[in-house]
Design a protein around this ligand. Structure first.
Ligand code: NAD
Length: 270
């Protein structure tokens, strides 16, 4: 069902790699709700992925940008405003990558070049993105910037590895930059802390299936899907959430406030 919730709104969506990506579902839903946007991803991901199918479906243009490169972000933001015909109302940062995770390097045995790269891609890119938007004065008043995160920023999930630290940095940047964006531009900045979701990035985490099943059994409403995450994200882009800012919002079926569930207790007694 669509409500025209984003009619007249313009934005940029990062991170749609394939149809499982949370950004992919968000783009589909944003289109259904009347938004116009530019899709972007790292040049290498554009070569590997299937983003053109999404672009056609949502009547969008694709502009390559490596989110760690400020000159790419500058080009993206300038071109997007030209294509969309004005300033932006929403920006979605749906980017994450750890080479230590990918290559199975344990948290206690990091390759620090990889740790640096992962921090740059997954977290510092959010600062770079916001700084570029801020300096270019590219956001409309009452616009909304959202990034995706995971609860390993607050609690220990050993196999989440250095991504836990990256997410803690990301969430902090959302608050710190969100202050200036709020005061100076009337723009809100939030992170959504999503359930484990079977995407390319998610499935890269060691023991992901166990991780997902555990969260499913712990959450009174079950895990939130990528599509449900897309729906929640749209509410933050809409005018219905104008005074929500500097928040880390859990979208996890209740997992984050659970101690233990009946299902887990029963499994322990077996
Ligand atoms: N899948 C999960 O379990 C889960 C849970 C909570 C939060 N998240 C977060 O959701 C976000 C989206 O991930 P997803 O699960 O949809 O997986 P995904 O693999 O589909 O998306 C990750 C995206 O990051 C992009 N990316 C990587 N390096 C980049 C760079 N240098 N510049 C620009 N883009 C780059 C990839 O190309 C890809 O499109 C990430 O921040 C992830 O950490 C995922």
């Amino acid at each position: 069902m669509s409500y025209n919730l984003l009619k007249g709104k313009r934005g940029i969506i990062f991170g749609a790699l394939d149809e499982n990506s949370i950004a992919w579902k968000t783009a589909e839903r944003a289109h259904e709700e009347g938004a116009e946007f530019v899709l972007t991803n790292a040049p290498v991901a554009l070569r590997m992925g299937t983003i053109n199918t999404l672009a056609e479906k949502t009547n969008s243009e694709v502009i390559p940008a490596d989110a760690t490169k400020v000159e790419d972000l500058e080009n993206l933001i300038e071109k997007s405003q030209e294509i969309l015909g004005g300033k932006l109302d929403f920006v979605f940062h749906s980017i994450g990558m750890s080479i230590n995770v990918r290559k199975g390097k344990h948290y206690t045995d990091q390759n620090y070049d990889w740790t640096h790269k992962g921090l740059d891609v997954s977290a510092m890119s959010f600062h770079k993105l916001m700084q570029t938007l801020y300096k270019k004065d590219a956001m409309n008043e009452w616009g909304s910037i959202v990034a995706l995160t995971y609860m390993a920023a607050q609690r220990v999930f050993p196999d989440y590895n250095d991504m836990a630290d990256n997410k803690a940095y990301l969430e902090s940047v959302a608050r710190s930059f969100g202050y200036f964006f709020g005061k100076d531009k009337k723009v809100r900045v939030n992170t959504i802390s999503q359930s484990p979701t079977p995407t390319s990035a998610g499935q890269g985490v060691k023991g992901f299936t166990g991780f997902m099943n555990y969260a499913e059994k712990m959450s009174p409403l079950g895990n939130a899907t990528a599509l449900e995450c897309a729906d929640y994200t749209l509410t933050l882009f809409s005018d219905l959430t104008k005074k929500v800012t500097l928040q880390n919002l859990f979208h996890d079926g209740g997992f984050s406030n659970m101690g233990v569930s009946q299902e887990i207790m029963e499994a322990m007694e077996e």
